[in-house]
Design a protein around this ligand. Structure first.
Ligand code: NAD
Length: 396
């Protein structure tokens, strides 16, 4: 199916950067929000993103032509002409219900309705319409105009042609558009959550300090350490996501107490000037580790008896184990998994490549001994065991 004109609902952080991704490839966009003020704020974000491109060398006339492709809207009058609508409103099932009911009522029957939800079930959102075959998850990463990854998530009744169109459209935007089956947090955020939590457990258990964890992770394979990343995204958002995953997946996703305590003490990260590190409130520039975290660990820390040495692999073993669980559930094709993690998180190598490098048998051995010590969050994935029994040395 040909996509010529696209709508974006919600002109917030994601909606405005999705609009820039679209106009950057020449697609006219109707950008809708609830009222004049919020649309204006969204257009202001679009302008700032385009200005920053101009500073990096985009000819001003091209930026102007791109800007002219955005048609602001506070109602649905332009929507019957659209082929695809990407919803990026607040992460609330009630808000999404209202929006999808309205879209279903005003869009052409051929139009695809996509949602950028990070966590809500696509099948549930599709059920708010009379066209569940045309509803699909298009999960962009922040900032959407720069991040390469796009997870395409079908619901139970999404038609194959809808999935194909969404993937092809994602590719036209220059994205790595990967099909991911519906599961809580989808693929990349699910695997990310296991690694982020483990960094907190290492800290809480007194196995390693803040800077040691971040430095080791960066030296190993990521561009930003997990604790610095938590400060960027905010401990409050982190706790909400962690609670959601814990509720959906159970014990292995249990958030450590240190995260709850940080939220209680308003140590949210960059936005409050202090999280794991301290920040200048104006520039958000990092000045050093936050002494408040030392005190917090003394309060809620759970040091294990007997010193436990820190090895950077410990941070990534839960991610590797979760990768095998995801493959076992056929959440994605094995060859898509590492590219998705690399594009979504900027990792220099994906978890399957890391597993092969460490050795699948060594990974399993390390996971088994951590399982004995720490329990459920290290229960080995059955598929990893099968690979080891079969003497495989790599997955792809
Ligand atoms: N922020 C991220 O890093 C990120 C990444 C991936 C996905 N997401 C998902 O994207 C969605 C949007 O997140 P965000 O961070 O851009 O939120 P945001 O709060 O910045 O923006 C949401 C916008 O939607 C508008 N809105 C609310 N109800 C509306 C309606 N009925 N019609 C039109 N506009 C409406 C709001 O006024 C606001 O401008 C959420 O589902 C979120 O889970 C966010």
């Amino acid at each position: 199916m040909q996509i010529s004109k696209v709508g974006v609902i919600g002109a917030g952080t994601m909606g405005s950067s999705i609009a820039v991704a679209l106009i950057g490839r020449g697609y006219p966009v109707v950008l809708k929000d609830v009222d004049e003020d919020t649309v204006r704020a969204g257009l202001g974000r679009v302008d700032r993103l385009l200005d920053s491109r101009v500073r990096k060398g985009l000819p001003p006339a091209e930026a102007e032509a791109m800007r002219a492709l955005v048609q602001p809207a506070t109602d649905y009058s332009a929507f019957p002409d659209l082929d695809l609508v990407i919803e990026a409103v607040a992460e609330s099932i009630d808000v999404k219900r209202r929006v999808f009911e309205e879209l279903d009522g005003c869009c052409n029957v051929h139009a695809i309705l996509a949602t950028n939800t990070s966590s809500l079930p696509i099948t549930r959102i599709a059920s708010f319409t009379r066209r569940p075959d045309k509803v699909v998850g298009m999960h962009f990463f922040n900032p959407a105009h720069l991040m390469k990854l796009l997870e395409i998530v079908p619901g139970l009744d999404t038609a194959p042609t809808t999935v194909r169109t969404a993937i092809e459209f994602g590719q036209k935007l220059g994205k790595l558009a990967i099909r991911v089956e519906e599961c809580p947090s989808f693929l990349v955020n699910r695997l990310l959550a296991r690694y982020m939590n483990e960094a907190l457990w290492c800290l809480q258990d007194g196995v390693a300090g803040v800077e040691q964890i971040d430095q080791a992770a960066c030296d190993f394979v990521v561009p930003v350490g997990p604790l610095a990343l938590r400060d960027m995204n905010g401990a409050d958002i982190g706790l909400a996501v962690a609670r959601f995953n814990h509720q959906e997946y159970g014990e292995r996703f249990r958030p450590p107490a240190v995260l709850e305590e940080m939220v209680k003490q308003n140590l949210l990260g960059q936005k409050t000037g202090g999280g794991f590190y301290q920040y200048d409130p104006q520039t958000r520039k990092r000045s050093g580790p936050n002494p408040a975290i030392e005190q917090l660990i003394q309060k809620v820390g759970t040091p294990a008896p007997g010193a436990e040495p820190f090895a950077v692999e410990r941070l990534f073993l839960p991610m590797i184990n979760e990768a095998f669980l995801a493959l076992q559930e056929k959440v994605c094709e094995a060859e898509d998994l590492d590219p998705a993690l690399m594009a979504g998180l900027g990792m220099r190598k994906g978890p399957l490549a890391l597993a092969a490098e460490i050795g699948l048998s060594e990974c399993l051995g390390a996971i088994e001994s951590l399982f004995e010590r720490h329990g459920e969050r290290f229960r080995p994935a059955p598929l990893l065991k099968r690979y080891v029994w079969a003497r495989r040395t790599a997955v792809v």
